[in-house]
Design a protein. Structure first.
Length: 299
């Protein structure tokens, strides 16, 4: 694996090998979960990783994966039946991840009571599966109950080798890894759905992340403006207020809506960027802050 990671780093021109390694692992997990007919039929790819791998290319690297259950009508049952169905699906997804982890050399056990590997929100409505590679954590977050506002899309997942021509010898030598490290089709969120959830994340998190602001900046640069979907953002936020921590965080953010220097200068977050934010990024943030204050008043 290390030889293939070095090969991808050289071919892509990305010098930070650790980030390339993370990307290769993320691609492997993506490819393997979507090889499951059940997963392919029922889950949608979303979040920042989706923006990078399906829409805008590698302007930054990802450290996690996010999915949403596609068929929301399934969950329109009583609370007791809902919990039973959620637990069944969580265990099924956990079993799939356990098999993938064993093949990929990752540490994950399908033990829902074990907090090293599972983190629950809202009685299983939202679950974070925690996969470990030594001390490094890769999170896979799934929202089973979600207010979906836009139609999904069929998209191609791209890699760092997208557009790179490989020789026959290279294809043959790295065949084992290129089996998963190549483009394939997924069903994913519309850009507007991702935008709404990115803004929601900023409004309902106790500690904001630079990557969320930059993802919104990239969406804006591609014509997806937050001011055009303020009503949809408000709907997304209202739907998330089932979770107490989100209610508390939203209340705190209402009282003090600002961008801290710590968020903008976070060294871990900045390390994820292929290039630093452009000069107009901070001006964009100032305008976004005004918009966020307006959105809060709609909720």
């Amino acid at each position: 694996m290390s030889e293939f990671i070095s090969f991808v780093a050289v071919k892509s021109g990305i010098k930070r090998v650790k980030l390339v390694e993370q990307e290769v692992i993320i691609q492997r997990i993506l490819k393997e979960v979507y090889s499951s007919p059940h997963f392919r039929e029922n889950y949608l790819f979303k979040g920042g990783s989706c923006l990078v791998k399906c829409y805008f290319g590698f302007y930054r690297f990802s450290v996690d994966l996010d999915f949403t259950w596609r068929k929301q009508k399934v969950w329109k049952v009583g609370e007791k039946e809902l919990r039973r169905k959620l637990l069944k699906e969580i265990k099924a997804f956990g079993q799939l991840l356990e098999m993938i982890s064993k093949r990929a050399g990752l540490d994950f056990m399908n033990e829902p009571r074990n907090r090293r590997y599972f983190e629950f929100g809202g009685g299983g409505r939202m679950v974070t599966f925690k996969l470990w590679r030594g001390p490094e954590l890769l999170k896979i977050q799934v929202n089973f109950l979600e207010a979906l506002l836009f139609p999904s899309k069929s998209l191609k997942v791209k890699t760092l080798l997208d557009g790179v021509t490989l020789s026959r010898d290279e294809e043959a030598y790295f065949e084992e890894f290129l089996d998963f490290y190549r483009p394939f089709e997924v069903d994913a969120y519309d850009e507007r759905e991702i935008l709404c959830e990115k803004v929601r994340a900023i409004l309902t998190r106790r500690a904001q992340k630079l990557r969320d602001f930059y993802d919104i900046f990239m969406l804006d640069a591609h014509g997806f403006k937050a001011e055009r979907v303020t009503d949809e953002i408000a709907k997304k936020v209202r739907a998330s207020l089932y979770y107490k921590k989100y209610r508390d965080n939203l209340d705190a953010n209402k009282r003090a809506m600002k961008f801290s220097t710590e968020v903008l200068e976070d060294p871990f977050e900045r390390e994820l960027f292929v290039q630093g934010p452009p000069r107009n990024f901070e001006k964009f943030l100032t305008n976004l802050l005004d918009l966020l204050k307006d959105i809060v008043n709609l909720i």
